[in-house]
Every structure is written in structure tokens, then in C-alpha cells.
Design a protein around this ligand. Structure first.
Ligand SMILES: Cc1cc2nc3c(=O)[nH]c(=O)nc-3n(C[C@H](O)[C@H](O)[C@H](O)COP(=O)(O)OP(=O)(O)OC[C@H]3O[C@@H](n4cnc5c(N)ncnc54)[C@H](O)[C@@H]3O)c2cc1C
Length: 351
């Protein structure tokens, strides 16, 4: 049966936009379906390690424009161990980029469209049939539609419908991450501040200046979900007691999840990327760069393998990222305050 598209990408976050951009530049007829509208909101710290700049240029063919950068767009990384601020400090050579995530994602989708992909927003995928290729059902502005393609990339995030439909038995444990945007009395802290202390969170707590406010966040297990917002209360108190910031009114509060543990790199011949595949750093919560990298690798596998299945090539290409995430997950599982203390000391001692 003839297919309308060479490739359908489900999800227009960083992973999906990257896959669509790379595929379209190579001449593949590419359809990107994103359920959100323009400037769709994604709960996120919006922090990128410096090396992401180069990756973005390579994948999207342009440097980040000023309108996607937060006011304090260049930050340093600050670590604090369980024993407190006195033993914390700035990590050397740690330049981070601070982006306005909703504008950032929209810019990535726009770049994918400029590369030649057809980008449909407000297009929610509801079902997928596998019939030698892929038949994708979606609704757009109240209209039920269907599109067919030879290849499918699932880039639809931590709660991926592509993964749930095509690999229904796959387990997908999550870490919950809560965030608050808070007014600050006096000066905003200048760093991306990561605090590792069991009394705050079993994973991490962080603060980042954003648009004249302070964004604070913390991670929690699914079992301890009722402690997510209380952990933000504890962290707020910690920030004040440690003299980091004097907090005022809470402007916004939200929660979302990141994958935590299991990985599913493909399902029924479709390739999964980013959070949908379980590729997010569980130690730091960093996932944007890994989503872009895996999206790029998925598209390259599809381009290179032509009529053959891209699955073995993709598994091979993404193995380095998958192994790194798995190794960090093992570390996080055995972390306690003693190892957190050692980790921060080692990071701060690095030349
Ligand atoms: C609170 C929080 C803070 C974080 N902070 C950072 C940070 O500072 N730095 C960092 O690097 N990472 C951070 N992360 C992780 C990061 O947000 C993710 O790893 C990253 O967004 C993964 O990109 P993705 O493209 O795989 O998925 P997503 O960004 O989740 O994109 C998936 C897209 O698919 C769309 N979609 C979903 N279902 C459908 C459907 N059925 N049909 C059509 N479209 C669909 C969604 O609307 C979405 O746009 C944070 C995560 C959380 C929860």
C-alpha cells in the first residue's frame, strides 16, 4: 500500500523536532504531529549544558536566537551537599544556558518546518496501527484524521502513547518533579543551584532565576508522591535559612515527570526517542540534550537504512546514551547522604 509520508514523528518537543529536522533536510517527506498549540507549555527548568549550543547548530542549522533565552541566559552551576552551603560552591568550567522552554520548543518546531517538515500543531495522536508501515489516527481542531507512513518515531514524552500502544507490556517507572515560580525579595541568586540532601529530596532540589522570579524544583519517587509539594516547602525554607534567597509569593506551581529506570528504544518497528525511550539523566534531570541527540540518531538511522528496518542501526547508535543513563540510574538507586557528600566534594575538587 502506498504511504503518504516517509516518516511520521509523534510529539514536537526537542526529540521530535530534532528527528523531523534531520529527516526533512535529507529529503524525507516528514510529518510532525504535536498535540499542543503555539508555545505549548512544558514544565521544565530550561537549563542546558553549554555543549548543547553546538548540537543545536548541527541539528537545526542555526544558533539559539535571543528571544528563546531567559533574561539571565548564562549561568554557572552551583552544588551544595547535605552538610550545607558552607561545603558547597560553583563547579569549575560550568557554563549553562538558561532558556524560556516554551519559546525554545516553538523555535525548534519552526526550525523543523523551515527544514522542510510538515508541522501540524493542535494535532493529538489517539491511535496507531501497524500494517507493514504505520497508520496514525489523530484529531486536529475537532476533526478526526489519519496519516500513513513507512517509518514512525515516537517522541511523545514520558507518558508516550506510541510506547503504550506498540509496547503495552513495557514498564515505565517515573520520577516526579515539582516546580514553583516564586517572587524574591531583594537580589535573585545568580547560579543554577543544585542541592543534594536526603531531607529535601531523595534525588535533587534546584533553583534557577527565570524572568525576574526564582524557579525552584525537587524530585520525588512515585510512591512518595504526596511528599512532592511538602519537599518544595522544605526547600523554600532551606533557601532562606542558608541565605540563598528571601522568598515571597508563589506565582505558579506545577508537577510533571521524567522517566526513571526502564528504557524502551523501539516498539513494533517504531523508534522511540528522548523521554518516550526513557533517555533522561536521573541524577540531574537533564533530558533536553539527550532528546535532541536521540532524535537526531533516530532520523539518521532511518535515512541510512532505507528500505531495511532502522531498529538495529538505531539501537547501536543510541547505545552510548542508553548505557550512560542506565549507569547513572544504578548510582542514584544506591545514593545516601554520605555518597551525596562525596559526590559534591569530588565535583568541586575537579580541576
Ligand atoms: C519539572 C521538570 C524540570 C526539568 N528541567 C530540565 C532542565 O532544566 N534541563 C533539561 O535538559 N531537562 C529538564 N527536564 C527534562 C526534560 O524536560 C525532558 O527530558 C525533555 O523535555 C524530553 O524531551 P522529549 O522531546 O523527549 O519530550 P517532551 O519535551 O515531553 O515532548 C513531547 C511532546 O509530545 C507531545 N505529545 C505527547 N503526547 C502526544 C500525542 N498523543 N499526540 C501528539 N503530541 C503528543 C507533547 O505535547 C510534547 O510537546 C525537566 C523535566 C521536568 C519534569
Amino acid at each position: 500500500m502506498p504511504r503518504e509520508w516517509d516518516l511520521i514523528v509523534v510529539g514536537g518537543g526537542p526529540g521530535g523536532a530534532a528527528a523531523a529536522a534531520v529527516a526533512a533536510v535529507a529529503g524525507l517527506e516528514t510529518l510532525l504531529l504535536e498535540r499542543g498549540g503555539t508555545l505549548r507549555h512544558k514544565p521544565c527548568g530550561g537549563i542546558l549544558p553549554e555543549i548543547t549550543e553546538e548540537l543545536i547548530e548541527e541539528v537545526f542549522g542555526a544558533t539559539l536566537p535571543p528571544e528563546v533565552l531567559a533574561e539571565q541566559w548564562e549561568l554557572r552551576l552551583r552544588y551544595t551537599p547535605p552538610s550545607g552551603e558552607a561545603n558547597g560552591g560553583r563547579v569549575r568550567e560550568s557554563r549553562l544556558l538558561n532558556v524560556k522552554r516554551d519559546h525554545f520548543d516553538q523555535w525548534l518546531r519552526d526550525r523543523a518546518a523551515l527544514a522542510g517538515a510538515t508541522v501540524r500543531q493542535n494535532a493529538r495522536v489517539s491511535d496507531i496501527d501497524v500494517d507493514g508501515g504505520f497508520s496514525v489516527s489523530y484529531s486536529q481542531r475537532g476533526e478526526e484524521r489519519r496519516a500513513t507512513a513507512a517509518r514512525l518515531v515516537g517522541a511523545d514524552g514520558v507518558h508516550s502513547l506510541v510506547r503504550r500502544r506498540l509496547a503495552p507490556d513495557a514498564i515505565a517507572t517515573k520520577m516526579l518533579v515539582g516546580q514553583r515560580l516564586v517572587q524574591v525579595v531583594g537580589e535573585l541568586p545568580a547560579d543554577f543551584h543544585c542541592v543534594f540532601a536526603g531531607m529535601l529530596s531523595p534525588f535533587y532540589a534546584y533553583s534557577v532565576p527565570k524572568g525576574g522570579l526564582l524557579k525552584i524544583g525537587s524530585g520525588m519517587t512515585e510512591e512518595e508522591r504526596t511528599d512532592l509539594m511538602p519537599s518544595l516547602d522544605r526547600f523554600s525554607k532551606w533557601l532562606e535559612q542558608n541565605g540563598v534567597a528571601d522568598l515571597g509569593k508563589v506565582v505558579q506551581q506545577e508537577g510533571w515527570a521524567i522517566p526513571f529506570g526502564e528504557q524502551q528504544l523501539d516498539a513494533a518497528g517504531a523508534l522511540l526517542v528522548g523521554d518516550a525511550a526513557g533517555l533522561c539523566n536521573p541524577l540531574s534531570g537533564e533530558g533536553i540534550r539527550l532528546a535532541i541527540e536521540s532524535g537526531q540518531l533516530a532520523a539518521e538511522s532511518i535515512i541510512e537504512t532505507g528500505a531495511r528496518s532502522p531498529v538495529p542501526d538505531y539501537r547501536n547508535g543510541v547505545a552510548g546514551i542508553a548505557q550512560m543513563v542506565a549507569a547513572l540510574h544504578r548510582i542514584v538507586l544506591t545514593t545516601d547522604d554520605e555518597t551525596r557528600e562525596q559526590f559534591v566534594a569530588a565535583e568541586l575538587a575537579r580541576p
